[in-house]
Design a protein around this ligand. Structure first.
Ligand code: TMP
Ligand code: ASP
Length: 253
């Protein structure tokens, strides 16, 4: 059998050509990076957890009519997804001030925002993914007016869905990032949620204790990242407790 072709290797995932045209295999690595890869580590089991969690969120979104690239999970670390043309923007939705918004605007972390705020960041690691406005997006033709409207609508639907799902298991969705891709269907193009949705790309705080259950644990060295993600997965019923770390049988890599 011929070896499959690698299309792209990112910081946390590898993309391979899929079995059929228009499909891609998305492989979740255990690598974690932060601050534009200034900080790096390998966290055993992270890829397995993010594969399962992203499957869980994307399946739910598909089921309520929010289109995503997710087709099916293939194994512990891989999922089959639709090939898309990624719009070069990171779309962030914030419900509560944290992270770069707190720093930029001097708002104390944990302050509820008057309404969800959607932001766009230009995807360019060499520039550190700078915040951009609609004006930049339109002038540089990264997306059209219609795309912008569609992206905001998609992002807010994802926010409602994810907030509800998290609230049900005692977790507050502080903010998150999604990436959006174009798919072409005949003469039409449609925007769908792509990449991943996982604790790597969300801020998740326990409602009772405020404990952080997301990548900030790694960014700021405040605990064990795999434990935090396992907690999220366990609460959502996605994975039984202690299946990733601990002394049980080793997972297939
Ligand atoms: P920020 O507060 O650092 O701008 O992050 C906002 C949200 O976006 C947070 O949930 C983490 C996520 N995020 C990513 O997924 N990738 C990134 O490169 C950055 C900077 C943030
Ligand atoms: N920017 C990402 C983060 O901090 C990862 C990275 O840039 O290395 O979440």
């Amino acid at each position: 059998m011929a070896r499959r072709r690698m299309i792209y290797e990112g910081k946390a995932k590898i993309l391979y050509e899929g079995p059929e045209p228009g499909t891609i295999v998305q492989y979740f690595k255990d690598d974690a990076t932060a601050f534009n890869a200034e900080k790096k580590a390998t966290i055993e089991g992270k890829g397995v957890l993010n594969n399962r969690l992203s499957e869980h969120f994307m399946t739910g979104l598909n089921a309520i009519g929010v289109p995503t690239h997710f087709i099916k999970r293939l194994n512990m670390r891989e999922q089959l997804v639709r090939a898309v043309e990624i719009i070069p923007l990171e779309v962030v939705v914030r419900n509560i001030a944290a992270g770069s918004m707190s720093k930029r605007l001097g708002i104390e972390e944990g302050t509820p925002l008057p309404r969800p705020i959607v932001e766009f960041y230009y995807k360019d690691d060499s520039l550190g993914d700078p915040l951009v406005t609609d004006e930049h997006i339109l002038a540089f033709q990264w997306a059209s007016h219609q795309d912008l409207d569609d992206m905001v609508a998609l992002a807010l639907r994802v926010n409602d869905f994810m907030s509800g799902m998290m609230m049900a298991v005692g977790i507050k969705l502080i903010d998150f990032k999604i990436e959006i891709g174009r798919v072409f269907e005949g003469d039409y193009q449609r925007l769908i949620v792509a990449d991943e949705i996982s604790p790597d790309s969300c801020r998740l705080w326990d409602i009772e204790t405020g404990q952080k259950l997301d990548k900030d644990v790694f960014r700021h060295d405040i605990g064990d990242l795999a434990d935090a993600y396992t907690e999220v997965a366990t609460r959502l019923g996605v994975m039984p407790k202690k299946s990733v770390s601990g002394t049980g049988p080793k997972l297939v890599q």
